[in-house]
Design a protein around this ligand. Structure first.
Ligand code: SF4
Ligand code: SF4
Ligand code: SF4
Length: 174
C-alpha cells in the first residue's frame, strides 16, 4: 500500500506543477528553482510594483498553482536586469544575484525564419543584447548565434526582433 503524507503530496504536486510551469513561464531574475519558487513566493506582487519596465505580470489563475506568481513575457516587455525586484522580495523566492549570474532562461533562434539566417541584413538582436558580442555572436555571413553559457534569458532580444512572431525566443529554466 502506498502512503503519502500531506507534505509529501504537496511537494509532489508543487514539483509536478513546477516542472510544467517551468516549461512555459519565465520567472524574474534570481528565482528559486520552480518547485521551490512556488512554495516560497508569498504572491503579494511587490516585485511587479517596483519593476521600472512593467515587465512583471502576475498569474491570473489560468495556470494552476502559478496563480498570483510573477512571470515575464518578453515580447510585451523585457527585463533590463536592474534587479530591483529581487531587492524587494522578502520571501527570497527571488534571490539577489549578480547580473552575469542571472539565469531566467536561454534564447533560441529559429534559423528557418530569422532574417539573417535567411540571407538578409539584420543584427537587431545582436546589437541590443546587454552582453554585447558575448551572449550573441555573429557567425559567418553575420548570422547570430546564442552562447547559452553567457545568455541570462532577459528577453531583450525577443522583445526587439523585427520579425513577428519573434524568431528569437527565450526558453524558461536553467
Ligand atoms: S530585474 Fe528590473 S526590469 Fe527585470 S523584472 Fe526585475 S524589476 Fe523588472
Ligand atoms: S541573448 Fe537575448 S536573452 Fe540572452 S542575454 Fe542577450 S538579449 Fe538577453
Ligand atoms: S532580430 Fe530577429 S530576424 Fe533579426 S537577426 Fe535577430 S532573430 Fe534574426
Amino acid at each position: 500500500m502506498i502512503t503519502l503524507s500531506i507534505a509529501g503530496l504537496l511537494s509532489f504536486l508543487l514539483g509536478y506543477e513546477g516542472e510544467a510551469a517551468a516549461a512555459r513561464l519565465l520567472r524574474p531574475p534570481g528565482a528559486l528553482p520552480e518547485a521551490e519558487f512556488l512554495a516560497a513566493c508569498l504572491r503579494y506582487g511587490q516585485c511587479a510594483q517596483v519593476c521600472p519596465q512593467q515587465a512583471i505580470q502576475i498569474g491570473r489563475g489560468d495556470k494552476g498553482l502559478t496563480i498570483g506568481t510573477p512571470y515575464i513575457e518578453p515580447r510585451s516587455s523585457a527585463c533590463d536586469l536592474c534587479l530591483d525586484c529581487s531587492k524587494v522580495c522578502t520571501s527570497k523566492a527571488l534571490r539577489t544575484v549578480e547580473k552575469e549570474k542571472v539565469k531566467m532562461g536561454t534564447a533560441v533562434i529559429n534559423q528557418d525564419r530569422c532574417l539573417a539566417w535567411q540571407g538578409d541584413e539584420c543584427k537587431v538582436c545582436y546589437a541590443s543584447c546587454p552582453f554585447y558580442n558575448r551572449a550573441i555572436t555573429l557567425a559567418e555571413h553575420k548570422k547570430p548565434v546564442v552562447n547559452p553559457d553567457v545568455c541570462v534569458g532577459c528577453g531583450i532580444c525577443e522583445h526587439v526582433c523585427i520579425v513577428t512572431p519573434a524568431t528569437i525566443t527565450v526558453k524558461a529554466g536553467r
